[in-house]
Design a protein around this ligand. Sequence first.
Ligand SMILES: Nc1ncnc2c1ncn2[C@@H]1O[C@H](COP(=O)(O)OP(=O)(O)OP(=O)(O)O)[C@@H](O)[C@H]1O
Length: 260
Amino acid sequence: MEHASINLSHLAKSYRKHEAVKDLNLEVNKGELFGFLGPNGAGKTTTIKMLTGLLEPTSGSAQINGIDIWKSPLKAKEKIAYVPDQPNLYPKLTGWDYLEFVASVFRIPNSQFQSKANELLKVFSLTDQANDLIESYSHGMKQKIAICGALMSHPDVLFMDEPTVGLDPKSARTLKNLLRELCDGGMTVFLSTHILEIAEQMCDRVGIIFEGDIIALGTMNELKREDHAGESLEDIFLELTGGEDQQAIISEISDDGDAK
Ligand SMILES: Nc1ncnc2c1ncn2[C@@H]1O[C@H](COP(=O)(O)OP(=O)(O)OP(=O)(O)O)[C@@H](O)[C@H]1O
């Protein structure tokens, strides 16, 4: 039987009495580029941490290719890679050393490592800085080397938390094209983002999480069909998450400013 790449079943997490994530049920299929959207504090990072085995769910379960991430963590983690929003890298390693370290963890043969590392460094314009210490990298360069590290093992499922934050427009475009290519080749990507244009342009399907619940799920066309014809993802997002009130206040303030 073919399993979904990612399966969340009644997944929930409470921090003491606060229910940060409530009873999530979701399937993401192989080769899908899935966007996970939500306002600050909605539960995106908590969900991603549960899916990557970093945070134990209070109840429910999560499976990667049919393997339970909490019951068989090593087996499930072989299939995944995770790029957090603030990658925790080793500052005293060079970019090249870091990739070599990742390759050794995943037991990638040296010959394969060399060509893969060179290819990824080239894609992200990091070749000239490969032998510099990571502590000398800018935030965007750290983000890029973390992405290169995540792709070293060619994971079945790639999780990314706010992947484009800190990237310049060229690097963001490179990432966008690369993710599309990887998904077309069968990799599944689950990314959280606040940048709604990115989700709108890139993702096959989006889910909007609000106060721990998924309140909308579908392709852009499906979301627009449900009483939102002609609206952008930003309009839909603000309507569903109550942000339109704030938007009205902002417009009000700027109109006042214009009038003066
Ligand atoms: N370690 C923790 N202890 C207690 N509460 C937490 C902890 N981590 C997160 N929370 C709470 O859980 C809720 C969800 O947080 P989470 O970080 O998952 O949100 P998010 O959607 O990723 O937000 P952002 O977009 O701001 O990164 C928030 O109310 C947050 O305050």
